[in-house]
Design a protein around this ligand. Structure first.
Ligand SMILES: [Zn+2]
Length: 47
Protein backbone atom coordinates (compact mmCIF):
# COMPACT_ATOMS: atom_id res chain seq x y z
CA UNK A 1 0.00 0.00 0.00
CA UNK A 2 1.32 3.41 -0.89
CA UNK A 3 1.36 6.27 1.52
CA UNK A 4 2.30 9.90 1.23
CA UNK A 5 5.96 10.49 1.95
CA UNK A 6 5.22 13.89 3.40
CA UNK A 7 2.21 13.48 5.69
CA UNK A 8 1.97 9.67 5.89
CA UNK A 9 -1.66 9.38 4.80
CA UNK A 10 -2.30 6.13 2.93
CA UNK A 11 -3.93 6.24 -0.48
CA UNK A 12 -6.60 3.88 0.82
CA UNK A 13 -7.46 6.38 3.50
CA UNK A 14 -7.65 9.20 1.00
CA UNK A 15 -9.88 7.24 -1.35
CA UNK A 16 -12.14 6.29 1.54
CA UNK A 17 -12.52 9.76 3.01
CA UNK A 18 -12.05 11.81 -0.12
CA UNK A 19 -9.64 14.06 1.72
CA UNK A 20 -5.92 14.42 1.09
CA UNK A 21 -3.47 15.24 3.86
CA UNK A 22 -1.33 17.56 1.78
CA UNK A 23 -0.51 18.51 -1.79
CA UNK A 24 1.95 15.65 -2.09
CA UNK A 25 -0.84 13.13 -1.58
CA UNK A 26 -1.92 13.84 -5.15
CA UNK A 27 1.27 12.18 -6.34
CA UNK A 28 0.09 8.78 -5.11
CA UNK A 29 -0.93 6.70 -8.16
CA UNK A 30 -4.43 5.77 -7.00
CA UNK A 31 -5.17 9.26 -5.76
CA UNK A 32 -3.99 10.69 -9.04
CA UNK A 33 -6.22 8.29 -10.91
CA UNK A 34 -9.23 9.12 -8.77
CA UNK A 35 -8.68 12.85 -9.12
CA UNK A 36 -8.32 12.53 -12.89
CA UNK A 37 -11.56 10.58 -13.11
CA UNK A 38 -13.28 13.11 -10.91
CA UNK A 39 -12.15 16.00 -13.06
CA UNK A 40 -13.08 14.21 -16.25
CA UNK A 41 -16.50 13.46 -14.84
CA UNK A 42 -17.08 17.03 -13.81
CA UNK A 43 -15.89 18.41 -17.12
CA UNK A 44 -18.13 15.97 -18.95
CA UNK A 45 -21.18 16.88 -16.90
CA UNK A 46 -20.50 20.59 -17.24
CA UNK A 47 -20.46 20.23 -20.99
ZN1 LIG B 1 0.33 13.98 1.97
Amino acid sequence: MNKCSKCGTTEEEILETGFVGCEKCYELPKVREAVTKLFNGKTHKAN
